[in-house]
Design a protein around this ligand. Structure first.
Ligand SMILES: *Cc1c(COP(=O)(O)O)cnc(C)c1O
Length: 377
């Protein structure tokens, strides 16, 4: 009889826990209308230009994509004024994260990342059988740069940093990140600093705090960006990186040949061209971030400053638990994120939706808090 002998690093693996899906909650709670504010998706939905591009190219899906996605690479090189040779594309930036680990980190080598951080970094490291050295954030959710440098050893091959950070929205200054890159290079010249800028275009300080936009990418730094958030294409899977040329070369040899599909590529080209939709998205996020943050504070929640399209918050003291609040919101048809998966059982994260969605959330939260106060007072 066959016995599956799963490799130990896979057998013990906890899977990535995504935000709950709309269909699941509809089935479980029988709500007719569900509002999902759990996965940092675009508050305005999909760009009309992207939808039109997908429809226009639907008849081409019997073809394989062109190897190396040259049109998308050309468009991004122009968009960011970077050399084509340093650009890579993946099936979401998730694929790039996974491949960087597999390309650069061997069995007795390691990665460094924060705790908490985007959970995919340690998960993909575990799958690759590679150790992840976790460095706690400071209590205000800022990065402990000194401790991060202290954890870098000669066998560290990758350091992951998310700016603005997920799940807090904290964005370090560009100069701090530059100094950090220099400190890593001094200590471990074979270590690459990966700066995941998935949310950077939502930041009011992008011009100075993004090493990509300020055109100050050091030799030992890779920048990751994605079409999943501000471009509204999470379901199509398209991410990209600006990396040292030698790594780009290794990446293209390693990546599965057709992992970026034809529709994702056409959609990405259309999305880059639709500056109106992108701008409107950024404006919506900026307005709603200020409004929702103030409204949560008015409800006596603690809200962390955010440069991204989500807010991290805790409930007022002596009220219900974050878990109970999360579940009551589900019953009201509103999905947010309870951060137990990030080891933050008392914290909640809400993705900024459109004006109506955020208003519905506030209304539901107000009534949940009010009821709780009513019964415990
Ligand atoms: C959402 C997110 C991404 C984007 O992942 P895709 O695979 O491009 O959808 C990358 N990094 C972080 C930190 C994220 O939160």
């Amino acid at each position: 009889m066959y016995t599956a002998d799963i490799k130990p690093e896979i057998a013990s693996l906890a899977p990535y826990a995504p935000g709950l899906s709309i269909d699941l909650i509809r089935e479980q709670y029988g709500c007719s209308q569900i509002i999902k504010l759990a996965s940092n998706e675009n508050p305005l939905g999909a760009s009309p230009c992207v939808q039109e591009a997908i429809a226009r190219h639907a008849n081409a899906v019997f073809r394989y994509p062109r190897g190396g996605n040259p049109r998308m690479i050309e468009a991004l090189a122009k968009h960011h004024s970077v050399p084509k040779e340093r650009l890579i594309l993946g099936n979401g930036s998730d694929e790039i994260i996974d491949l960087l680990i597999r390309i650069l980190v061997g069995k007795d080598q390691s990665i460094v990342c924060c705790a908490p951080c985007f959970t995919l970094y340690p998960i993909q490291a575990a799958i690759a059988g590679v150790a992840a050295s976790r460095v706690p954030l400071k209590t205000d959710f800022s990065f402990d740069f000194q401790a991060l440098v202290d954890h870098v050893t000669p066998s560290t091959r990758l350091v992951f940093l998310t700016t603005p950070d997920n799940p807090s929205g904290y964005c370090p200054k560009g100069e701090e990140v530059l100094a950090f890159a220099a400190a890593i290079e001094k200590k471990a010249p074979r270590c690459l600093l990966v700066i995941d800028e998935a949310y950077m275009d939502f930041s009011p300080t992008e011009a100075t705090d993004s090493l990509l936009i300020s055109n100050k990418i050091p030799d030992n730094v890779a920048i990751l960006r994605t079409f999943s958030k501000s471009y509204g294409m999470a379901g199509l899977r398209l991410g990209y990186g600006i990396v040292p040329e030698q790594i780009a070369d290794a990446f293209w040899r390693t990546r599965l040949p057709f992992s970026v599909n034809i529709l994702a590529e056409e959609a990405g080209l259309a999305a880059l061209g639709d500056t109106v939709f992108h701008q409107k998205t950024l404006e919506t996020v900026t307005l709603e971030r200020a409004r929702l943050s103030q409204a949560l504070k008015d409800l006596h929640c603690t809200v962390w400053p955010s440069s991204a399209n989500f807010l991290l918050f805790t409930l007022p003291p002596k009220t219900l638990s974050a878990k109970d609040c999360f579940e009551q919101l589900l019953r009201a048809g509103i999905i947010i994120r309870h951060l137990k998966g990030y080891d933050l059982p008392q914290h909640l994260r809400i993705t900024l939706g459109n004006h109506e969605e955020n208003t519905a959330f506030l209304h539901a939260l107000r009534s949940i808090l009010h009821q709780t106060n009513g019964t415990t007072a």
